[in-house]
Write a protein that binds this ligand. Structure first.
Ligand code: SF4
Length: 375
């Protein structure tokens, strides 16, 4: 298949692995963060780290949109869903995300009308079909999905649909990366930049990582050879004493981003002063809210919300996983109390979550075997 098979060629992967190994300085340990959950999924599905030398390690970042939703926002969404005449709509991944008072699945089992949709436009369609109901779309995701949410609000406004609103939880990637760079407990040598987000924001917003923090970042695609080539590009920069932003995923990511998509987001949404990220705490100007001009489509203004901050369960170490401080299997409840069927933390819910990726592709077993072999 075009754009798939050629990026999964085992001989090319072995050649890239050899080139990567040749660039590594003996005795130096390299730690790179893959910011995007989609990359985490590719890395463990295809065993990419088995192609890397022992002294190159990849750690996960905060780029899984479901993983960063705090428990209090889930409780707020359930409070909306349980109001009279409300139909709550959401992406499938959100159904199992635990809040302080249970998940959407629990609320649905108790009688709330909560429906899975594939896009916000599906939600708008439900609003057209049920003019007697108040239809709310639980909007999540980075700049990747924000344009489709904003477009849906514009369409609802153009059609004069009054029973549709969004519960806006869109977040922005740059402040989260800044927070990680400022974190004292993590030392990184470079970043595998998020491919999907970059299709919208482009590569320029990452400039500060190279200029102010002297770290290379390579925007990467999602096939195995994309990841290996990106690691190779980062190592080339380090070997040559460079720290720059480069674009490995140029077949999809325009350097300047998608101006139309950014314009649509800016028309409907603006930055919040601060927003809570699960495990990372409050990060200033890191999320979007609906502008005053579109207030009739803002569920936060239509419904009364508890707005209570809920602490993560004591056993949950999603914060450390999202910052790349620990690997998923190092969490005390990984694979025992916390599994994809009974998730305690969000990283075990979405297929892009690091814990789910490890769990589904057998990293727990493989890492234990590796560790035992090294001891
Ligand atoms: S195993 Fe569960 S609780 Fe632990 S970090 Fe992963 S998702 Fe969070």
């Amino acid at each position: 298949m075009r754009f798939v098979d050629e990026f999964r060629d085992a001989d090319k992967a072995r050649a890239l692995a050899a080139a990567i190994a040749s660039l590594c300085e003996p005795g130096r340990h390299y730690k790179f963060m893959e910011v995007c959950g989609g990359h985490t999924h590719t890395i463990y599905k295809h065993g990419i780290d088995d192609y890397l030398p022992e002294n190159v390690s990849l750690v996960h970042g905060p780029g899984c949109p479901v993983c960063v939703i705090p428990m209090g926002r889930v409780d707020d969404a359930i409070a909306i869903a349980t109001q009279p005449d409300v139909i709550m709509t959401t992406f499938g991944d959100m159904m199992r995300v635990p809040g302080g008072q249970g998940s959407f699945f629990d609320a649905k089992a108790a009688g709330a009308d909560i429906r899975m949709v594939y896009s916000p436009l599906d939600s708008l369609k439900i609003a057209r079909q049920h003019p007697d109901k108040r239809v709310v779309f639980m909007a999540i995701g980075f700049e990747t999905t924000a344009p489709s949410t904003a477009m849906t609000v514009l369409r609802a406004a153009a059609e004069g649909i009054e029973n549709f609103s969004i519960f806006c939880n869109h977040v922005t990637i740059i402040p989260a990366i800044k927070a990680i760079l400022d974190s004292p407990d993590l030392r990184l040598d470079g970043f595998i930049g998020p491919g999907h987000v970059s299709t919208v924001i482009g590569c320029r917003p990452y400039d500060f990582i190279a200029r102010q923090h002297d770290k290379p970042l390579v925007c990467a695609g999602f096939e195995p050879l994309d990841i290996l080539q990106s690691v190779h590009m980062i190592l080339c920069q380090l070997a040559e004493g460079r720290a720059e932003v480069e674009n490995q995923y140029s077949r999809v990511v325009p350097w300047d981003g998608n101006a139309k998509a950014l314009q649509v987001i800016a028309e409907v949404m603006e930055l919040r002063p601060y927003f809570e990220w699960r495990g990372l705490g409050f990060i200033s100007q890191s999320a979007l809210k609906v502008r005053d001009a579109y207030a009739p489509f803002d569920a936060e203004r239509i419904f009364e919300l508890p707005g209570v901050r809920v602490a993560d369960p004591k056993a949950c170490q999603c914060g450390e996983v999202l910052k790349g401080v620990i690997k998923p299997w190092e969490c005390k409840v990984f694979g025992t109390a916390c599994t994809p069927e009974t998730p305690i933390g969000t990283c075990m819910v979405s297929s892009e979550g690091a814990c789910a990726a490890y769990y589904n592709f057998g990293r727990f077993t493989r890492e234990r075997v590796r560790t035992a072999t090294r001891q």
